[in-house]
Design a protein around this ligand. Structure first.
Ligand code: GYE
Length: 334
């Protein structure tokens, strides 16, 4: 994972490529261990963390990463699971505000719906960090910073891999994530941004399967019934839906990875297993281990040290295809 961390430093135990925004060059830097750190005098600050849900190994790894980094940094973390409902998330943020927590971290299910509750937090001087997915708000000062993957770039990387793989010609089914979520919007747009220059690549179906395995399977079954003979590629916005699609393709008597190319995003261990088995062709990494970065930012925020803190701190990830899967699988952490 690489961090595009505009004009700021620091990521534990990783080699980060820092694109300096407003600064002249990019540089590679190696940063020492311990991404999370304690700022003096803020030990045992209480942080409220609102998660989207717990539906996949990706999400579980994300939650664990935040919990572990909070503990390592000496914070008292209060956790709320939105259970895939925006309404639950907004209520949880309101409740953290009433409890007077020191800071709030939100992994927002959807981009919209946040203005009112974030205004409340601002009035109470409770800083908010947006993690993993982005928000669209009237006033950007309603949150301090966003930390997460560069999901726009992921869709682009997926499309670029595909263009090469199929020599610019293929009929594609797109399985979209949940509607209104920033990674869905970004992965949908950026994929098209690339393929618009390759008229031989045609999207013949595009449907939401909500980032879920069973929905990926169900939606793919229906598309196979309608357009089975035409489908050459499945582009899924996450690995979980791709694994569901693989099951549907097999149930329809076809070979995923051979008869139909399957391409997805996240880089989960299960995706590597599917690649090693020859059923998935490529996954673009989207690293969920964002806890250390989040706690590093929280440390600065609580210490009042936000000068120069970028509004967006985006983690950039890599493309892995079948050719490297067997070599890399053991090192996968989620
Ligand atoms: O790709 C997916 C999860 O928000 C970037 O959400 C994240 C996405 C991730 O459900 O698997």
């Amino acid at each position: 994972m690489k961090l595009t961390n505009y004009c700021s430093g620091g990521l534990g135990m990783l080699v980060v490529s820092v694109a300096l925004f407003g600064c002249a060059n990019s540089e590679q830097q190696e940063v020492g261990s311990g991404g999370a750190h304690k700022a003096d005098g803020i030990k045992k600050a209480t942080i409220g963390f609102v998660q989207t849900g717990d539906l996949s190994d990706w999400r579980k790894a994300h939650t664990e990463s935040v919990k572990q980094a909070a503990e390592a940094a000496g914070y008292n973390l209060k956790f709320a699971d939105g259970q895939a409902k925006l309404e639950n998330q907004v209520k949880a943020v309101s409740s953290f505000i009433s409890q007077g927590v020191d800071a709030i971290i939100i992994a927002p299910l959807e981009v919209s719906g946040w203005d009112n509750v974030l205004e409340k937090a601002k009035k109470r001087n409770i800083p908010v960090l947006i993690l993993d997915r982005q928000v669209e708000v009237k006033d950007d000062s309603l949150y301090v910073t966003y930390i997460g993957a560069d999901t726009y770039n992921e869709g682009k990387l997926a499309a670029e891999w595909l263009v090469k793989k199929v020599n610019g010609k293929a009929k594609v089914v797109e399985l979209q994530g949940s509607q209104g979520a920033s990674p869905t919007i970004n992965r949908h747009k950026s994929f098209r941004e690339v393929i618009k220059n390759h008229p031989g690549i045609e999207i013949i179906a595009s449907q939401a399967a909500d980032y879920e395995l069973t929905k990926g399977k169900e939606v793919m079954e229906a598309i196979l019934k309608a357009k089975g003979d035409q489908i050459e590629v499945v582009y899924a916005h996450n690995d979980y839906m791709a694994i569901g699609a693989i099951q549907a393709i097999e149930a329809a008597g076809k070979k995923p990875g051979e008869d139909i190319i399957v391409l997805s995003i996240d880089g989960m261990k299960s995706a590597f297993e599917a690649m090693v088995a020859g059923k998935l062709n490529c996954t673009v990494e989207c690293n969920p281990l964002q806890g250390p970065l989040a706690m590093e930012a929280i440390g600065k925020i609580l210490a009042g040290n936000t000068e120069g803190m970028p509004k967006k701190q985006m983690v950039r990830d890599e493309v892995f295809d079948q050719s490297v899967a067997a070599d890399v699988i053991e090192s996968r952490k989620y």
